[in-house]
Ligand binder design. Structure first.
Ligand code: SAH
Ligand code: SF4
Length: 351
């Protein structure tokens, strides 16, 4: 593709015009070029600056259980992983994390976990209600997997306003290579549309560089995101996890992750897009690189310190330093060094 074609595609991208899969694929194929990557990152960053200024929202992440009934091939928490250390937090422990988060200045809590059969829909509803009762002004985000419509409605009613559920890969055939046959992309996508209908701000997204993923699959992800129109989009590189069928696969490319992040920012200017822990795990300056490519959220870890290592979705997952809620000063310093600052606001999707 020559420069002229590149800019023509970028114009479609920014104007929101319909883009076909092959258009996305052409754009994605440019990630190997330094010039185009830099140009894209700086365009994405300026779109983000215009929409959100130089503030970066912080969300306090509480990892509520490392038990999971599912068996996703890529994830260290999969039920068949006998090497995984398991824990589940009680309601009181989760509330204690939120209280600490409130003291530290957080206005959003994200409760994330495996699909733990003992953290029933009723349990999640009770926890959400208790947090909402104590902190009615704060935004509660859930990320507890695929549940029934009734369960999602009950969580919403109890005070949860946002839900993170990555679609992982929009391609049915690729999805089937990453998951056992009991799981389906169709069901996961249906959950996302249900969550939207129930009035949640919805976050979706995909791993970059999961085994056998091609640029064509990522192009399909863009087409799906165009249809879903999520308010939040989380992407991070795939990182191998011990005790999984993909333990010896190579990690995804940080460079491609950053490129995709910039494309997402240009296509979804108002979206809340985190610089993910996976990116920070792969690159020492992954957080800064994510922000400079168009991200505007970070999710420091608020889980009890003694369980952090057990929430081992992938190997060497970072939970200290700027990834820790207890080190906000360090995060502030690092953001300051690139001209940004922490925004402690709720960080809702702009009207
Ligand atoms: N059980 C919930 C939430 C926990 S998993 C769910 O699946 O939605 C949160 C996210 O971690 C997943 O959506 C997936 O995208 C990511 N993840 C899992 N294994 C990973 C790996 N090996 N490398 C990178 N990200 C991974
Ligand atoms: Fe469970 Fe989520 Fe991991 Fe799949 S990705 S095994 S659903 S924690």
């Amino acid at each position: 593709m020559n420069k002229k074609e590149f800019f023509a595609l970028l114009e479609c991208l920014v104007s929101g015009e319909k883009m076909e899969k092959h258009h996305w694929q052409s754009l994605l194929s440019l990630y190997v070029s330094d010039d185009e990557s830099k140009e894209l990152a700086s365009m994405a960053r300026s779109v983000c600056d215009k929409q959100f200024g130089r503030g970066v929202y912080v969300r306090g992440l509480v990892e509520i259980s490392s038990y999971c009934k599912n068996n996703c091939y890529y994830c260290g928490l999969r039920c068949a992983n006998k090497e995984a250390s398991r824990y589940r937090l009680t309601k009181e422990q989760i509330l204690t994390c939120c209280r600490q988060g409130a003291e530290l200045g957080f206005n959003t809590f994200v409760l994330q976990g495996g699909e733990d059969p003992l953290q029933t829909n009723q349990f999640i509803t009770d926890v959400v209600a208790a947090i909402h009762h104590e902190f009615p002004e704060k935004a509660i985000t859930l990320s507890v997997g695929e549940r029934s419509r009734d369960a999602y409605a009950a969580f919403r009613h109890a005070g949860a306003e946002r839900y993170l559920l990555r679609h992982e890969t929009a391609s049915p055939s690729h999805y089937a290579r990453l998951h056992p046959s009991a799981m389906s992309d169709a069901h996961r996508k249906q959950c996302l549309f249900t969550l939207k209908e129930l009035g949640y701000q919805v976050g979706s997204g995909m791993m970059i560089g999961s085994p056998q993923q091609t640029l064509r699959h990522i192009a399909e992800d863009f087409v799906f995101l165009d249809e879903l129109q999520p308010q939040m989009i989380g992407i991070g590189p795939f990182i191998p996890a011990t005790g999984t069928p993909f333990a010896t696969s190579s990690a995804g490319s940080a460079r491609l992750t950053l490129f995709v992040l910039s494309l997402l920012r240009l296509r979804f200017p108002k979206a809340l897009i985190p610089a993910t822990t996976a990116l920070a795990t792969l690159l020492p300056d992954g957080m800064e690189r994510g922000i400079l490519a168009g991200a505007n959220v970070v999710m420091p870890n608020l889980s009890p310190i003694d369980v952090r290592d057990k929430y081992s979705i992938y190997n060497n997952k970072k939970s200290s330093g700027s990834e820790s809620a207890q080190s906000l000063q360090q995060l502030a310093t690092r953001l300051g060094e690139i001209g940004y600052h922490i925004d402690y606001g709720r960080g809702d999707y702009p009207a």
